[in-house]
Design a binder for this molecule. Structure first.
Ligand code: GAR
Length: 317
């Protein structure tokens, strides 16, 4: 499977970036760093990344006035690098909503607290002052709100008697270095997990009018309530090792045409006849827009006329 391409954004030392960089050197690591970018040309982490052969860019420090141009230029450079995910690693800038939305669900951040506690700065001192038994670190998906997106993983770190903010920060940093690479690896491979794929299919299918889900022949199956089926999710059925979505075709020769055009992805599902096609989901790089279109088209093949009319009206709006 191809490795996920990561752009890492830093503002300074870059020790979390280094942890990701060295984790990525393992053959079985599912990600690689394709860019390290900083909001200052002097960020020390850039020197290390460059020495390790990762393309780097240090932008001139943006002022309040040129903040939006800075984020536009940054976004462009990330996209040019081929990155499909962004990892913030001590990138100390408030991100504009336009930048965040361009990486919706594909940008992670590491934060030195057990979120939702202590968003923002001075996290270590605040945990000590509060008398907490543990501080820690969190990796979360970035949303427009500061340090607020869904938390993917956390490591609690015990606060010791006499700890200063610095001594605690140093110990939390060790935990950060472990947590970030592990969480990023799980995150970039989650789309290859059958359970994730089934949830994605479920989300799209059950958003269709009067759709329901049942188990049929041991497979999750989507249909119109008390009506016909329009999709089956097959996962290692009879031990065949295949993860695929079966949908109805929309024209008489479509099954053959699809299989001829892309025999690696499409196949004729056994026992389903010629008006169904199997779409392999275990080949990587799934195009979920296309899969969504296929599911909707399949639903249309079996939906009663009245429901189709309602759908047409809804789509016109
Ligand atoms: C890390 O402790 C990271 O969690 C924190 O900055 C430090 C960067 O160190 N990030 C934040 O506070 C973001 N809100 P590093 O440059 O050595 O990775």
């Amino acid at each position: 499977m191809a490795k996920a391409k990561i752009a890492v954004l830093i503002s300074g030392r870059g020790s979390n970036m280094a942890a990701l960089l060295y984790a990525a050197k393992a053959d079985d690591c599912p990600f690689e760093l394709v860019l390290v970018a900083a909001d200052s040309p002097d960020a020390p982490g850039l020197t290390l990344a460059a020495a390790e052969g990762v393309p780097v860019i240090g932008f001139p420090k943006p002022t309040a006035k040129d903040k939006s141009q800075f984020f536009e230029a940054l976004d462009l450079r990330i996209r040019e690098s081929g990155a499909t995910y962004v990892a913030l690693a001590g990138f100390m800038r408030i991100l504009p909503a336009s930048f965040v939305s361009g990486w919706d669900g594909r940008m992670l951040n590491i934060h030195p607290s057990l979120l939702p506690k202590y968003k923002g700065l001075d996290t270590h001192q605040r945990a000590i002052d509060a008398g907490d038994s543990h501080a820690g670190c969190s990796v979360h998906i970035v949303t427009a709100e500061l340090d607020d997106g869904p938390v993917l993983a956390q490591t609690p770190v015990a606060i010791l008697p006499g700890d200063s903010a610095d001594s605690l920060a140093a110990r939390i940093l060790i935990a950060e270095h472990q947590l970030y690479s592990r969480t990023l690896a799980a995150f970039v491979t989650r789309e290859q997990q059958p359970e994730w794929m089934l949830n994605r299919v479920r989300e799209i299918a059950l958003a269709l009018p009067q759709a329901d889900e049942v188990i049929s022949h041991g497979m999750p199956c989507f249909g119109i309530e008390k009506g016909k089926k329009f999709a089956w999710f097959t996962r290692d059925h009879h031990g065949d090792g295949v993860v695929a979505l079966l949908v109805k075709t929309t024209a008489p020769d479509e099954q053959a045409t699809l299989i001829e055009a892309d025999p690696d992805r499409y196949y004729r599902p056994a026992y389903f006849g010629t008006d169904w096609v199997g779409i392999r989901l275990d080949r990587g790089a799934n195009d979920w827009n296309h899969i969504g279109d296929r599911l909707r088209a399949s639903w249309r093949q079996v939906a009663p006329k009245k429901l189709l009319g309602l759908m047409d009206i809804a789509e016109d709006f």
